[in-house]
Design a protein around this ligand. Structure first.
Ligand SMILES: C[S@@+](CC[C@H](N)C(=O)[O-])C[C@H]1O[C@@H](n2cnc3c(N)ncnc32)[C@H](O)[C@@H]1O
Length: 188
């Protein structure tokens, strides 16, 4: 009887520890919302549609701002043969994605830069993919309009810009949108 009670106590303790650990990990990844967005990986089907909409050309420079697990970059490097750059603020994700890229032998095609994309220069981009958060889009819009070269394509999953010209979305995926930096009306 006593050993049964002890066993149940132990089981309860283990469940509590696992649950607390899970909550702490969740909290850690969610904390990055204060910099721009929490880590919520885009499903691969949507990643493929984002890339289809961006239609990167061979040799172009592509960025994923908030590159997370580098899923977008890996897909882009493999399918489109472009030069891929990720900017990611979470050091755990930077380490994990860098390892994954090395394992796949893609280190010559994909570079992950650790840091805050608001403080980075990505003005050499031809294509930018983003899956962030609406308040972050408002802040990024000004940086994009003042720093990116005309014609730079931006594909956003779920969130929108007000002042960057919207070009199109795919019929079955209206929440994946292509924008393009205009030649006129640049913010100084
Ligand atoms: C919604 S996730 C998207 C991950 C990946 N791009 C994808 O689509 O699967 C947003 C990512 O942006 C990162 N992030 C948030 N704010 C950032 C900032 N200011 N600079 C760099 N990365 C940031 C988060 O750590 C998180 O990994």
């Amino acid at each position: 009887m006593i050993s049964a009670i002890l066993f149940l106590d132990l089981l309860f303790l283990i469940c509590l520890l696992v649950f607390t650990g899970f909550l702490l990990i969740k909290l850690f990844f969610s904390l990055f919302i204060i910099f721009g967005a929490p880590f919520v990986p885009a499903p691969i089907e949507k990643v493929r549609k984002m890339l289809e909409l961006a239609s990167p050309k061979q040799g172009e420079i592509l960025y994923d701002l908030g590159s997370g697990d580098a899923k977008i970059l890996i897909e882009a490097a493999r399918k489109y043969n472009v030069k891929c750059n990720g900017i990611e603020i979470n050091p755990v994700l930077v380490r994990m994605s860098t390892r994954r890229i090395e394992k796949l032998g893609l280190q010559n095609k994909i570079k992950i830069h650790q840091g805050n994309f608001f403080k980075k220069d990505f003005s050499d981009a031809d294509v930018i993919l983003i899956y962030l958060f609406q308040p972050t889009m408002v802040l990024l819009e000004r940086k994009f309009l003042s720093e990116l070269k005309p014609g730079t394509r931006i594909v956003s999953l779920a969130f929108t810009f007000d002042n960057i010209p919207f070009i199109k979305s795919l019929p079955d995926y209206p929440y994946i949108r292509l924008y393009e930096i205009p030649t006129v009306d640049r913010i100084k």
